[in-house]
Design a protein around this ligand. Structure first.
Ligand code: HEM
Length: 213
């Protein structure tokens, strides 16, 4: 019981929750990206992927509930850590130093995280809680990206996701104990590769579908 209370109350416990849920999101993003890459192949391949996915039935519902649970933990813990950090440092530094592991990604993580939360709600309203024209998810995707505004919004959102993920990837391995100096360059490099994969992999879909680029 004490251990459970410690996870919710101590700083390391909160960081651990951020790391485990963050890892879950990285795995989800990779699976979601792999599925969505079929959009580059064409309508039929994408629809065949969607059909296989929906055939998983109750397993999908379990995964969705798991994602929602992770989202609630990640967002609420992130918000608590953000407020605690603000309180611990009420007076802003006159000079903002980026030394000591502080990067643009880490300093902006609460803000990019909030933007991603807004994006996820927007995205689910676009693609999840809708009637797909003709029962085909592809029709929803192509109708959405026929709008230049949506293409721009999605591409901007993917830049934000890439920045957040680039920092989060490195940070989660730090928290999970993979912080030996020997592995640091590998983890840093893997974080950059993952962020680029997510940024370009998702980010070029709107252009490709909407404008055939
Ligand atoms: C251009 C980029 C993206 C495209 C085209 C896209 C497309 C889709 C589509 C078509 C669905 C509905 C699938 C279905 O109902 O079968 C979906 C669901 C979803 N997407 Fe995306 N997505 C993109 C990026 C993202 C990103 C970056 C995130 C997370 C930050 C994300 C999170 C989700 C979530 C949580 C769901 C609901 C999954 C479920 O409940 O089944 N998507 N996406």
């Amino acid at each position: 019981m004490n251990t459970l209370a410690n996870i919710f109350t101590t700083s390391i416990g909160k960081k651990l929750m951020m790391a485990v849920t963050g890892l879950g999101f990285c795995i989800f993003l990779l699976i979601h990206l792999l599925g969505n890459l079929t959009l580059y192949v064409g309508r039929q391949t994408f629809e065949s992927y969607v059909e296989h996915l929906h055939a998983l039935g109750p397993l999908i519902t379990v995964a969705e509930l798991g994602l929602l649970f992770f989202l609630i933990i990640h967002v609420s813990t992130g918000a608590v850590l953000f407020v605690q950090n603000l309180r611990a440092r009420p007076v802003r530094y006159a000079v903002n130093k980026w030394a000591g592991g502080r990067t643009i990604g880490s300093a902006t993580a609460p803000y990019t995280g909030f933007l991603i939360l807004v994006f996820i709600i927007f995205h689910l309203l676009n693609f999840h809680f809708v009637e797909h024209p003709g029962g085909l998810v592809f029709n929803t995707v192509s109708a959405t990206f026929s709008s230049a505004l949506y293409v721009c919004l999605y591409m901007a959102a993917m830049v934000v996701v890439a920045i957040h993920v680039r920092h989060g990837f490195w940070s989660l391995f730090q928290t999970l104990g993979a912080n030996h100096p020997k592995y640091m360059p590998i983890i840093q490099g893997a974080g950059i590769v993952f962020a680029l994969l997510v940024g370009f992999g998702f980010g070029l879909i709107p252009l490709y579908i909407g404008w055939g680029i």
